[in-house]
Design a protein around this ligand. Structure first.
Ligand code: FAD
Length: 448
């Protein structure tokens, strides 16, 4: 046992920090974790979980509408934002309690305050107390980027969006990434007027081009307005309390809420990394090796703060691999190949592996199979919304190197299909699998 107060001090009780703390403690390490906001971190408190619950809530708009075609006499329905908001926040409270309980059960000491690094083995708590530890793990996540423009303080970020007092009548969303598109879908389904403003000319960089185009087309058909190549100049607060956004290259837009979804930056500000000699990379993320070790031998970092892939399951895997390697005597590294991801837009997108463009660049010879179809449910509902599935294959070996989908339940379907891509299965293996009929997912084994 070391002379330090703890064997491990974790800064940040989010996805990565909680996993690393709990598992390290289960291996017998004396662990402390500091959390400046709420145990659970971004995913549980103001990210994936409340967002997905809003997505479910929003989808009822379509389900209630379509139900009439399926014989249900649905009266005119109103939407009550405060009720959904409060129920979602109640669920967040429940999960916050569960995460705290798990740490307590594993005898992890929780400091409910901010922590900064004082030296390689020293952490200072906001109360002024100095705590020492043999090893330090930085798991402070990422923080929303807000453009430096006049009036930026009138806008909100995803941190505040879950707490809105009232449902805004007009929402302006800045950004083209997954968070921007998800909230565009959510607010549009609730009945708000939604404008997505992007300084570039595309949405969802990194996703397959045809899939992105399909989302854009469907979103526009649902009434979401897009303004491309339109960087912000300033935001003005009008006398009636509403906002006016001035943009380059287009007319000013009046709205009730401006939501910045303009990226998330590694959360390192004021952490004291310089005092301990922890180095950052060119993008401001903490530099780590494959074992998540920083430039200081006994200091490690996992999750969004290292900006490898900013997703919850990745932060969790990194936290687990850290604990296994450092305290469990089971060295392991995270495999970043074929990580599936989703955009919970309306309809959702899901993808794994290389896009068609990436595969053409990397492999040269590529064969692409696709299915462009209207889901049976949409046909009866009279909903003119087409799904698109793509299989990207290595033309020489037939190996499926990427799957890209947009359509109802695409993320639920893709998780299983991602196993096949990860396992290196070929198009012939997909063809040899008998279809499960009638389903949307059968399209994956019926492409010719
Ligand atoms: P976090 O979970 O952010 O935890 C970091 C914690 O550290 C925070 O609780 C913070 O308060 C605390 N902290 C920071 N500095 C200090 C300090 N100095 N002292 C004490 N505590 C500190 N990912 C998905 O996989 N799927 C999704 O659908 C998805 N949706 C998202 C939607 C939104 C709106 C957002 C914002 C993110 C979403 N993400 C999603 C990303 C996901 O939330 C993150 O990748 C994940 O939470 C990263 O985990 P982490 O442990 O690195 O950091």
């Amino acid at each position: 046992m070391s002379d330090y107060d703890f064997d491990l001090f974790v800064i940040g009780a989010g996805s990565g920090g909680v996993r690393a703390s709990r598992v390290s403690a289960s291996y017998g390490a004396r662990v402390a974790v500091a959390e400046e906001y709420r145990v659970g971190g971004t995913c549980v408190i103001r990210g994936c979980v409340p967002k997905k619950l809003l997505v479910y809530g929003a989808h009822f708009a379509e389900d209630l509408h379509d139900a009439r075609r399926f014989g249900w006499n649905v009266p005119k329905c109103d939407f009550d934002w405060p009720r959904l908001r409060d129920n979602v926040l109640g669920e967040v409270d429940r999960l916050n309690g569960l995460y705290t309980e798990t740490l307590d059960k594993n005898k992890v000491t929780i400091f409910h305050e901010r922590a900064t690094i004082e030296g390689p083995h020293e952490v200072r708590l906001a109360s002024g107390k100095i705590v020492t530890a043999d090893k330090i793990l930085i798991a402070t996540g990422a923080w929303p980027v807000v453009p430096e423009i006049e009036g930026a303080e009138h806008g909100i970020t995803s941190n505040e969006v879950f707490h809105l007092e009232t449902l805004p009548r007009r929402v302006l969303i800045a950004g083209g990434g997954y968070i921007a598109n998800e909230f565009a879908g959510i607010f549009r389904e609730f009945g708000s007027q939604v404008t997505v403003v992007n300084r570039s000319d595309m949405i969802l960089r990194g996703y397959d081009e045809q899939i992105r185009d399909r989302l854009l087309q469907i979103s526009m058909a649902k009434g979401i307005i897009f303004r491309f190549n339109a960087p912000f100049q300033k935001i003005e607060k009008l006398e009636d309390g509403s906002l006016r956004a001035h943009l380059d290259g287009c007319d000013p837009i009046d709205c009730d809420v401006v939501l910045f979804a303009t990226g998330r930056r590694p959360n390192v500000a004021g952490l004291g990394l310089e005092t301990a000699g922890v180095e950052l990379d060119g993008k401001g993320a903490i530099k780590v090796d494959e074992n998540s070790r920083t430039s200081v031998e006994n200091i490690y970092a996992v999750g969004d703060v290292t900006d490898r892939i900013q997703l919850t399951p990745i932060a969790i895997r990194e936290g687990q691999a850290f604990a296994d390697t450092v305290f469990g005597n089971k060295p392991s590294v995270v495999d970043y190949n074929c990580v599936p991801s989703a955009v919970f837009s309306h309809p959702p997108i899901a993808a794994v592996g290389m896009t068609e463009a990436e595969a053409r660049n990397k492999l040269g010879s590529v064969k692409v199979y696709s299915s462009d179809f209207r889901a049976m449910k949409n046909v009866l509902a009279g909903r003119n919304e087409r799904s698109l599935y793509k299989l990207v294959c290595d033309a020489e070996t037939g190996k499926v190197v990427g799957i890209h989908m947009i359509g109802p339940d695409a993320p639920e379907i893709l998780q299983a299909a991602a196993i096949a891509v990860k396992a290196g299965l070929s198009k012939a293996d997909f063809d040899a699998t008998v279809a499960l009929h009638p389903s949307m997912s059968e399209e994956l084994v019926l492409m010719r």
